[in-house]
Design a protein around this ligand. Structure first.
Ligand code: ADP
Ligand code: ADP
Length: 233
């Protein structure tokens, strides 16, 4: 079942009289439960495509269908609503609130979703437990290792039970061993049926994904299934 479909999407940034065609024409279908890596050189359009898929931005032209809804021309408020419901974001720099506990960080998206305090704490605890941090809920981010911080961020991405997990360079700030641990967790999430899209520069990280889409100059250069993805330990 299709969860994402972009039809000839284009994105042009205007800066004064200059135009940058960040996406020239991208048509791509991603089904529910797929695990996809976006690769490509700096400036090839990966962030732009992720921003559009994540409903942080809209295409200049073309159509984007997310979960059977055409989101190409939605207003900022409509996009925000879709984002909260459908997308879990994981970032290279974790983006956690430093003064808040792990539990509070993970519970944050549930405030916007309108859940009461008890339910927020229950769901946040469950999400933290599912990433192996059930015993760290009252710690602050600076009391945790990089890998543990990324786990908190992943728990926050999962807490709303999103349709898609979008991860932009999720291992970019982690050492090799910790990166593989995080990929192990992504592997488990994929096994559980989650749809995962990640951007990475690293071949060995991309090798965990089941499909690799390479962008170049705002176009899809190659889109290949990985016959033998890394399955971890
Ligand atoms: P990466 O290559 O790690 O994906 P970039 O350095 O290309 O990241 O971009 C980082 C952020 O800066 C992105 O959110 C992107 O939209 C924005 N950005 C990139 N290039 C420009 C630019 N020329 N002007 C303004 N913002 C930009
Ligand atoms: P990547 O993530 O692959 O590095 P980006 O999507 O960040 O690529 O950038 C694609 C192109 O669009 C680059 O030429 C970049 O400089 C430009 N760009 C990205 N974001 C902006 C922006 N906000 N304003 C102007 N140009 C941008």
């Amino acid at each position: 079942k299709k969860i994402i479909e972009t039809k000839d999407i284009q994105k042009t940034y205007r800066m004064g009289s200059e135009e940058v065609r960040a996406l020239k024409s991208v048509s791509i279908v991603i089904n529910k439960g797929e695990y996809v890596a976006f690769m490509g050189p700096s400036g090839s359009g990966k962030s732009t495509l992720m921003n559009i898929i994540g409903c942080l931005d809209t295409p200049t032209a073309g159509t984007y269908i997310l979960n059977e809804k055409d989101v190409s021309d939605m207003s900022e408020n409509e996009l925000a609503e879709i984002r909260n419901k459908e997308i879990g974001f994981v970032f290279q720099t974790f983006n956690l609130l430093p003064r808040a506990s792990c539990l509070e960080n993970v519970a944050l998206p549930l405030i916007y979703a309108g859940f009461g305090k008890t339910e927020r704490e229950e769901k946040a605890f469950k999400a933290l437990d599912s990433v192996g941090l059930g015993d760290r809920v009252h710690h602050k981010p600076n009391e945790l290792s990089g890998g543990q911080r990324q786990r908190v961020a992943i728990a926050r991405a999962l807490v709303n039970d999103p349709s898609i997990i979008l991860a932009d360079e999720p291992t970019g700030n982690l050492d090799t061993k910790t990166s593989y641990d995080i990929m192990e967790l992504f592997h488990e999430l994929h096994q559980k049926g989650n749809t995962i899209i990640m951007v990475t520069h690293e071949d060995d990280i991309a090798h965990y994904a089941h499909r690799v889409v390479r962008l170049r100059d705002g176009l899809v250069e190659t889109d290949t299934l990985n016959p033998n993805p890394t399955r971890g330990k």
